[in-house]
Design a protein around this ligand. Structure first.
Ligand code: C2E
Ligand code: CA
Ligand code: CA
Length: 561
């Protein structure tokens, strides 16, 4: 209990620090990034930087700016001393060289990081500097009045204080805070230019003025994010206002569409800080995004509960690994020709002491976000190797085990080293371990991945493309990348073999894979109909509930021997 409280407090402190960092960095007119000095990872970007390159958090500097896989030889960050420097840099993403200011600073956790500000193109830097000086003058003047310098409506500071004032003064009425932004605003900037992007933002401000008149209840928070607050009797009141505003914004004079998505926070607890209300409303609006049927969503406590759940999992995960709560389950694979057992996939289960068995879908995505997947996967790989070693020591002739390799490993881990070390430690040859790599991974970083894969293959690992058919360029992929096996995704199987045309697609996919000397595995095989179809199509191997569910090792032992 005490631990949970401490970690909640730590999280709150962290949130405050992050908020402070945000407000300092967003006060700058130029794009700012913070890089880890040793790994070159992007740890932070301000809104300007976001507008410029999109969200690149977690990626490396050289990868984003120079499309390189290794750090630049002449990287100024390496030579940076106590004093800040300004350096002219040529990078792949800007047409002209740019002036960049670098300064050493300390990150929250004490490590050395570098603050980089992109000051403008090198050849027109003086002009850029003048413009910046002029705009920061304007910024300072308007800031004083609490107005947003681009649109002339209230800025976030003024907005926060007016909401606070209103809800404390008028406790007899109910209020809602609504936050919205423009769908794919970055594409508008990219395709039509920043000037048109700015015009769109000004236009939105005008629409808000037209809808709300002299009520000072609306603001631009930052970049393409706007907010307003309204008094309401029923939820319908709020939706009516949103519909009116949304329609007005949609009927714009530009060549492009401006679609907006709204999140609504009902102010039940007036002591919640307004910035948090806005964050919560924004969180809700994300669930409406990309859904044509839905343009607004209410914040509900479920989000908070999900977040708390995720926090709990993060809190428990290290201990769980030490306590051996992550268990290896094995799902058999069979040859369709004679139904002989020919392998098994290693799948993880979390046997939580209080919560029971937790399915990987509830923790793998979170671990892929927080990086813990590196530890968990290595643990599972080791469990697999240990098991094979035991089988060999018992004088058995075991089938190979297939382990999953999460996308997070590429660029974060030396898979080759880890796997070869495991082979040495357990005195195994790579033919006992097959590597399953998801198809979407191949689309992300093809060159880096291919280089790693070729190395692994050259020493005898069998490479399987997992979830084949779930992405877009499957066919191109197996032409360009060296793999041994494709594993047809269960969704692909289900959706395609339901129709005659679909059956032809799967048949040809299998034929083509076989022409390329690839082995074909089908997963998610649930019915006799699946088996018959796959046998007719000359698919080699099947895995699925029709044959067996994933099972603990003790059970699998009985199965195999
Ligand atoms: P996956 O790699 O595609 O694994 C196959 C999933 O399909 C497994 O789900 C398996 O239980 C399920 N399955 C097998 N046969 C059938 C069937 O006939 N019908 C249906 N509906 N499902 C079937 P599971 O074990 O819940 O794992 C889900 C995903 O979590 C896996 O998908 C994999 O991407 C990931 N995962 C599991 N363990 C690990 C791990 O140790 N490391 C990593 N990186 N990912 C893991
Ligand atoms: Ca898999
Ligand atoms: Ca799969």
């Amino acid at each position: 209990m005490e631990n949970t409280e401490t970690s909640m407090n730590e999280k709150l402190n962290m949130d405050n620090l992050n908020m402070m960092l945000d407000s300092i960095m967003n006060a700058s007119f130029v794009p700012c990034f913070i890089f880890d000095k040793s790994s070159f990872e992007i740890l932070y970007q301000n809104n300007r930087a976001y507008d410029l390159v999109g969200n690149k958090l977690g990626r490396n500097c050289h990868e984003v700016f120079c499309t390189r896989e290794t750090p630049c030889m002449d990287c100024p960050m390496v030579f940076l001393g106590k004093m800040p420097i300004v350096s002219s840099r040529r990078t792949d993403i800007f047409e002209k060289p740019v002036k960049v200011q670098y300064a050493n600073i300390k990150w929250f956790d004490g490590r050395d990081v570098v603050l980089c500000k992109i000051m403008g193109t090198a050849d027109d830097s003086e002009q850029v500097m003048d413009e910046m000086a002029a705009s920061s003058q304007l910024f300072m003047e308007t800031e004083k009045k609490g107005m947003d310098s681009l649109t002339g409506i209230q800025d976030y500071m003024k907005f926060y204080s007016s909401v606070e004032q209103k809800i404390l003064d008028d406790v007899h009425n109910d209020y809602a805070v609504v936050v919205f932004d423009v769908d794919r605003f970055k594409s508008i900037n990219d395709l039509y230019g920043m000037i048109d992007g700015d015009k769109a933002l000004k236009y939105i401000a005008e629409c808000m003025q037209a809808v709300f008149g002299y009520e000072n209840n609306y603001a631009r928070l930052h970049s393409d994010r706007f907010a307003f607050f309204v008094k309401y009797n029923s939820k319908g009141d709020i939706i009516k206002v949103i519909e009116k505003l949304r329609k007005k914004i949609y009927n714009n004079p530009f060549d492009f569409d401006i679609n907006t998505s709204y999140g609504i926070y009902l102010v039940n607890d007036r002591s919640v800080p307004v910035n948090l209300m806005c964050d919560r409303a924004m969180m809700a609006s994300r669930t409406a995004k990309g859904n044509v049927m839905k343009f607004c969503a209410f914040y509900d406590e479920q989000y908070r509960e999900d977040m708390i759940k995720a926090n709990e999992i993060e809190h428990d995960m290290n201990k769980a690994l030490e306590n051996g709560e992550f268990k290896m389950y094995l799902q058999p694979k069979y040859k369709l020709e004679d139904y002989e057992l020919c392998g098994a996939e290693v799948l993880c289960r979390w046997l939580h002491p209080a919560k029971g068995i937790i399915s990987p879908n509830d923790f793998i995505p979170l671990f892929e976000r927080n990086g813990f997947i590196l530890k968990l996967d290595e643990y599972m790989w080791e469990e697999a190797c240990k098991t094979i070693r035991r089988w060999l020591d018992e004088g058995r002739n075991p089938v190979p085990l297939s382990v999953n390799i999460s996308r997070y490993h590429i660029g974060h881990n030396d898979i080759f080293k880890t796997l070869t070390e495991l082979m040495n430690k357990y005195q195994l040859t790579p033919n006992y371990l097959n590597l399953e790599i998801t198809e979407s991974l191949f689309l992300d970083q093809p060159e880096m991945l291919n280089r790693e894969l070729v190395k692994l293959q050259s020493i005898g690992f069998n490479l399987e493309v997992d979830d084949f058919g779930s992405g877009f360029s499957s066919l191109n992929l197996i032409r360009n990348i060296s793999v041994d096996t494709i594993k047809i995704d269960k969704e692909f199987l289900d959706s395609e073999i339901a129709s005659e045309k679909g059956k032809i697609v799967v048949n040809h996919t299998i034929d083509m894979a076989k022409d390329l000397n690839l082995q074909v595995v089908a997963e998610g095989v649930e019915t006799k109909e699946h088996v018959d179809f796959l046998k007719n199509s000359h698919c080699d191997i099947a895995q699925g509930f029709y044959f067996a569910k994933p099972m603990p090792i003790e059970e699998f032992d009985k199965f195999q021997f």
